[in-house]
Design a protein around this ligand. Structure first.
Ligand code: ASP
Length: 348
């Protein structure tokens, strides 16, 4: 009887200690990291970014709240961001040095460790759906270039003319970076609108920001997943591919640890296998998600000279973000936890 009373007291104390109940679902979104300071954005741009990232988080959360799968929540949220010209994914992607949009994307299912990725695709409106099709309808994990475009056509995914992805703002960013690099400026892509006269209000330091999008989610079954979509880096050359479509570098998900999506200088994320490294620290060292994300981003990435950030979620509902840049477009939401949107470092 005495043992029972003590046991009961321990349980009551544990419950009363403020340990929050595990949310049934959770989701974190990023829209890129980089030099993003208050002075860089007009009040209108600040509001527009917050609205877009918040809307994407809510779209994903709506899927999860109805009992939908983490993979479906990720796809729904990323579709909005790919169509939104504010972000470097789908429409609004940055240009290669020869004036093309070459899109990269990946997705990973933490329950099965199934994964799909594409690099250098040029005609698929929603590269995240193509990455998912690679995962679900091909025997492969990663497809690139014309082959990936050809596979996309077999999947009945929406095809668009490459000019669909064109935005004046990113074109100006390309012109500025090429000028800085001493490289020739290619002709405007076929189908792009003719050059407007004045555009300075659209250009605000484009090349110094990233803008890749990523989403991680935990669904009501406790399954986690991660997805990313990007145009890569402005003025990239020679078929350059960053971390975003590399499983383990920019994207990773496992129900045994966590789901991570990164954004930043891909060359560093690849060498540190950032996403997998965070999950490994959680799995093998028993670190909290936030501690593991901070260890890799604030210590390892910073020590290597890389800039960027990550978002992460764990099967027990932990959510985390960590970045070593001055800002990251970000949002998080979970069952019973209201939407939190941030851009700058001085925000929670
Ligand atoms: N990580 C992306 C890449 O290197 C860029 C970004 O996050 O904006 O392609």
């Amino acid at each position: 009887m005495r043992a029972f009373a003590i046991g009961l007291a321990v349980v009551v104390m544990a419950m009363g200690s403020g340990a929050a109940a595990k949310p049934r679902w959770a989701l974190v979104v990023h829209g890129g990291s980089g030099v993003i300071e208050r002075k860089d954005l007009t009040p209108e741009q600040d509001t527009a970014y917050r609205a877009s990232i918040g809307k994407a988080a809510q779209a994903g959360a709506a899927v999860l709240a109805k009992g939908g799968a983490a993979l479906d929540a990720i796809e729904a949220a990323i579709h909005l961001l790919e169509d939104d010209p504010l972000f470097n994914a789908g429409r609004g992607a940055v240009f290669t040095a020869d004036g093309r949009n070459e899109l990269d994307s990946s997705i990973m299912d933490g329950k099965t460790l199934a994964a799909g990725a594409v690099a250098g695709v040029t005609r698929t409106r929603h590269p995240i759906s193509l990455a998912r099709a690679v995962m679900e309808h091909s025997p492969h994990v990663m497809l690139t270039g014309p082959g990936a475009d050809a596979f996309s056509r077999t999947q009945e995914l929406e095809q668009v003319d490459p000019s669909f992805f064109f935005t004046e703002r990113r074109w100006k960013g390309l012109e500025r970076d090429l000028t800085r690099m001493g490289l020739p400026i290619p002709p405007r892509p076929a189908g792009a609108p003719t050059a407007p006269q004045a555009l300075s209000h659209l250009v605000h330091d484009e090349g110094r920001k990233h803008g890749t999008v990523g989403v991680v989610a935990m669904d009501t079954r406790g399954d986690v997943a991660a997805g990313a979509s990007t145009g890569g880096t402005t003025a990239k050359r020679w078929g350059r591919v960053g971390d975003s479509p590399i499983i383990g570098a920019g994207t990773y998900a496992s129900n045994r640890s966590c789901a991570v999506s990164g954004t930043g200088a891909g060359e560093y994320f690849i060498r540190l296998t950032v996403a997998r490294e965070i999950c490994a620290l959680v799995q093998h060292k028993g670190m909290t998600l936030q501690a593991a994300a901070d260890q890799v981003v604030q210590k390892e990435l910073t020590a290597l000279g890389g800039e960027g950030g990550v978002i992460a979620v764990a099967p027990d509902g932990q959510m985390a973000w960590s970045y070593n840049t001055s800002g990251m477009y970000r949002a998080r939401m979970a069952e019973g936890v209201p939407l939190l949107v941030g851009i700058y470092k001085d925000e929670p």
